[in-house]
Ligand binder design. Structure first.
Ligand code: FPP
Length: 288
């Protein structure tokens, strides 16, 4: 066990990093596109929206849209791993999604279970580390077990950090963090004055991960919908009009390109040296 873990760590540490990510467009005969890894976001979050409309526009049940969406998700996870993205967070099921019809919730629960059972071997072999963001205890038993197994089995992996938000609500995550800190204060383990942003971040499902650099949402909706409110504060946002089942590597790369062209200032100013404001000059004695 120990040697197995050690060999994985060494493998990951010495895995050659690609100089460029290269993608051949799926649907056109255009040239392969390249992007230097230094321009890649460390953490990508995706709101996979539009499964229902994709299905309805084809006269199919909504569950067929979710099944097609799962295929898209499979390839976007592989692409993120191939391209050396550090962390990928996917919004799979929100706390609000329980209010959908019994059939739709049942279909989503079935897909979750099927996905984890069928993909876990490949993900683990690729050293993907799976973290579930959300209230796993509130899930039905078979799903709870599959999600827990996936987390336990991959916890020491050093590859892509794959976060899947299930039974997740952003405000609920913040309340949970506040409660955890309050409990530490009550127990005398933490001084209220010691509560700072780092302490708060340490209580989130994403503790230890970099903030989200790029948020992608499909289907043309322009909202964040209670997804990662703390982690998104400085995220660049890219919206794609396609429904999620149509999202592919070519579209993903287009989003990464748009990100690479953004000027991120984090509230400061990125001024080229020559454009820096000149020091105020003292009025000369002859000036009036
Ligand atoms: C939003 O589309 C999508 C969801 C609520 C579920 C996303 C789930 C998957 C992509 C597949 C299952 C996940 C895993 C991890 C196997 P919508 O239904 O709100 O679409 P609409 O806005 O067109 O109605």
């Amino acid at each position: 066990m120990f040697f197995d873990r050690l060999s994985r760590l060494l493998n990951d540490a010495f895995r050659p990093k690609p100089k460029y990510i290269t993608v051949t467009p799926v649907s056109s005969a255009g040239p392969a596109q390249m992007l230097p890894p230094s321009k890649l976001p460390r953490h990508v979050a995706i709101i996979m929206d539009g499964n229902g409309r994709w299905a309805q526009s084809r006269g199919m049940p909504r569950s067929a849209g979710h099944a097609a969406g799962t295929e898209a998700l499979r390839d976007i996870i592989r692409a993120s791993d191939d391209w050396g993205i550090e962390a990928l967070s996917l919004y799979a099921f929100s706390t609000e999604n329980w209010s959908r019809s019994k059939e739709e919730v049942g279909a989503l629960m079935g897909l979750l279970l099927k996905y984890f059972n069928s993909e876990i071997d490949e993900l683990d072999a690729k050293h993907v580390k799976i973290t579930i963001l959300g209230d796993v205890d509130g899930m039905p038993e078979p799903q709870r077990e599959a999600l827990r197994n996936a987390m336990v089995r991959t916890k020491d992996n050093a590859g892509l950090k794959l976060n899947i938000a299930v039974n997740y609500g952003g405000r609920a995550e913040l309340v949970r963090a506040a409660k955890a800190l309050a409990a530490q204060v009550k127990d005398g383990a933490l001084e209220p004055e010691a509560i700072d942003e780092a302490a708060f971040e340490g209580q989130l499902y994403t503790a230890g991960l970099p903030d989200v650099d790029l948020l992608i949402r499909t289907s043309g909706e322009l909202r964040t919908s209670n997804f990662l409110p703390w982690q998104l504060v400085y995220a660049e946002m890219v919206f794609d009009d396609c429904f999620w089942p149509d999202f592919d590597r070519t579209r993903y790369l287009k989003c990464l390109r748009a990100y690479a062209e953004r000027d991120r200032r984090f509230g400061g100013r990125n001024e080229p040296a020559e454009a820096a404001p000149a020091k105020p000059t003292q009025p000369s004695e002859t000036e009036t």
